[in-house]
Design a protein. Structure first.
Length: 546
């Protein structure tokens, strides 16, 4: 699967902002890359405070990105190429400009008065009120507790018309829906059916662990220090991953399961461990999401063979036979190139990551530009920042613009992204060498590396459906594993996660005939045995063993 940030993929009408017709125009590229499905981040009408994650109408397309007819054409053209289209469904919150919220905020008695999380707060002079709460005093009242928005500031915003606060996990323009009200679930499920009826293959559910909050509104635990915006740091046990959310997931799965075709439910699930992740599949019952994202493997703090081995093995064995979904890059985190790069071996490290992503037993999710080695291009001046958290948090938090820069297609103007020199975010400085056109002509390019891996993954039974077994499991430097297909043939993979040369022997992999399929180490091209495999720094090696 391939994540597209529509603003940044391809501009078709010269306004400097990517759009749906741009995506349609690039379907042949995606097909040639070898992907099966595209997940588009939100393209619904939105004030774009959070660039689409603040939705003001769930059943339409933002004019910036095109029309419903453009969407229909995109789905149809994708289908011709066997590429499925997945949408991003934001259920935790709407935009404050959504008609539901406008109505809800208008009084305490309107029909939607209880659709969002409203609270009258507590008197500013009552016992236990902190100095922090007092910063948000209105009419003598302060927020009911110490909850802090994930994007900075109090999580409570005052509305004079109701003389009440509403809760927002994210920006104040993103009020949280009240999932304890059954009408909310009905309305949101109706929007999901709206798109299923229009042929989408499934959804990525945004921030889905945050649907519920503690009904008693208990204070979170203070964790010390302050965030980039200066708020006291607090835990999230009362606002994140509450058990009630699983009832919603089961009802969601049951509803979507009635639709023809294989529809898939993906979750944006940052969770503390694999036991929590397993719950999002429905554990042994397999009746919640098919693919909650595993964020342990791809977003580990550092590149470490032991850590990767442990997290991959956990995902393979502790989720009741469900399929893991691995991901190393998305629109919210600095690109893996920079997160894992050491500034010296970055290109080799990018190949290593692609190898792990595409040869383990997983569903693989890539982010646009990952395949060509796009880097994080963080703004250097506050006034250039688009992402609001980058402005309120500057310079501690510079926001997420860096990982959202335009896709680099060619060495030409605006990297082929747009005819308009004023692109919504600047094109990264390295586009003359890092782009699809240039890399398509290079044999050993990162793009070519991805294509080869994806081709192997599709065609080789061992990689496609084979089992996975970790090898050389006490090696702290090199991650090795074998995949074994029904036909008895195996693939062995070894990646050196250090800046020093390493030599491994993998005799446990079985078989004596070894043939290298893919490596970035010239010396391993002719490796013929499973012993004495000499891996240069950060080298990757994929071989067939018979
Ligand atoms: C998710 C999205 C992120 C967004 C947030 C609020 O984490 O990936 O981009 O800002 O939810 O919707
Ligand atoms: Ca919520």
């Amino acid at each position: 699967m391939y994540e597209i940030y529509p603003r940044s993929f391809q501009d078709s009408n010269g306004d400097g902002i990517g759009d749906l017709n741009g995506i349609t125009a690039r379907l042949d590229y995606l097909k040639a890359l070898g992907i099966d499905a595209v997940w588009m981040t939100p393209m619904f009408p939105s004030p774009q405070v959070d660039f689409g994650y603040d939705i003001s109408d769930y059943e339409s397309v933002d004019p910036q990105y095109g029309t419903m007819a453009d969407f229909t054409r995109l789905v149809a053209e994708a289908k011709k190429r066997n590429v499925r289209i997945l949408l991003d469904m934001v259920m935790n919150h709407t935009s404050d400009k959504h008609k539901w919220f406008i109505e809800s905020a208008s009084s305490r008695t309107n029909p939607k008065a209880d659709w969002y999380v409203w609270n009258s707060g507590v008197p500013a002079n009552s016992a236990g009120v902190t100095a922090y709460q007092k910063r948000f005093e209105h009419d003598g009242m302060v927020p009911p507790n110490n909850w802090v928005s994930g994007f900075g500031g109090s999580a409570w915003e005052w509305v004079p018309a109701r003389k009440q606060f509403y809760y927002h996990e994210f920006y104040k323009q993103q009020p949280d829906l009240n999932w304890r009200n059954p009408a909310v679930e009905q309305a949101m499920f109706a929007t999901i059916r709206f798109w299923l009826d229009r042929g989408v293959a499934g959804f990525r559910f945004d921030a889905v662990p945050t649907l519920f909050e503690d009904p008693q509104l208990r204070n979170e635990t203070s964790t010390g220090g302050t965030n980039a915006q200066g708020d006291p740091n607090v835990s999230d046990e009362y606002t994140n991953n509450l058990p009630e959310v699983h009832d919603v997931m089961r009802r969601l799965r049951a509803m979507v399961g009635k639709y023809p075709g294989d529809r898939v439910l993906i979750g944006e699930t940052y969770l503390p461990n694999v036991q929590e992740l397993d719950k999002w599949y429905g554990g042994a019952s397999h009746n919640e999401l098919q693919l909650p994202m595993d964020m342990q493997v791809g977003f580990a703090k550092k590149l470490d063979a032991g850590l990767l081995r442990r997290h991959i093995a956990e995902a393979e064995t502790e989720i009741h036979g469900s399929e893991p979904l691995f991901v190393f890059d998305n629109h919210d985190n600095p690109r893996s190139w920079n997160r894992y790069g050491d500034g010296v071996h970055d290109a080799a490290i990018a190949r290593l990551i692609a190898t792990v992503l595409l040869t383990t037993k997983d569903s693989a999710l890539m982010y646009y530009g990952e395949e060509i080695g796009m880097v994080t291009s963080t703004p250097t001046r506050k006034e250039d920042v688009q992402d609001p958290i980058g402005r309120t948090g500057w310079p501690k938090e510079k926001g997420r613009d860096g990982e959202r820069t335009p896709m680099q297609w060619t060495p030409g103007p605006q990297a082929g992204f747009s005819t308009n020199p004023h692109t919504w975010l600047p094109v990264a400085g390295d586009y003359k060498t890092v782009n699809v056109q240039t890399e398509s002509g290079e044999q050993a390019s990162l793009l070519d590396w991805h294509k080869q891996l994806i081709r192997m993954r599709r065609s080789d039974p061992a990689l496609h459906t084979g089992t996975i077994t970790m090898l050389d499991t006490s090696n702290p430097s090199v991650l090795s594993y074998t995949r074994k297909g029904d036909d008895g043939k195996s693939i062995v993979v070894s990646v050196n996660c250090t800046a020093a040369p390493q030599t491994v022997s993998l005799d446990g992999a079985g078989g004596s005939h070894v043939q290298t399929l893919l490596t970035d180490a010239p010396s391993l091209q002719r490796q013929a045995t499973l012993s004495g495999i000499a891996l240069p720094p950060y080298a990757s090696w994929v071989a067939r063993v018979e």
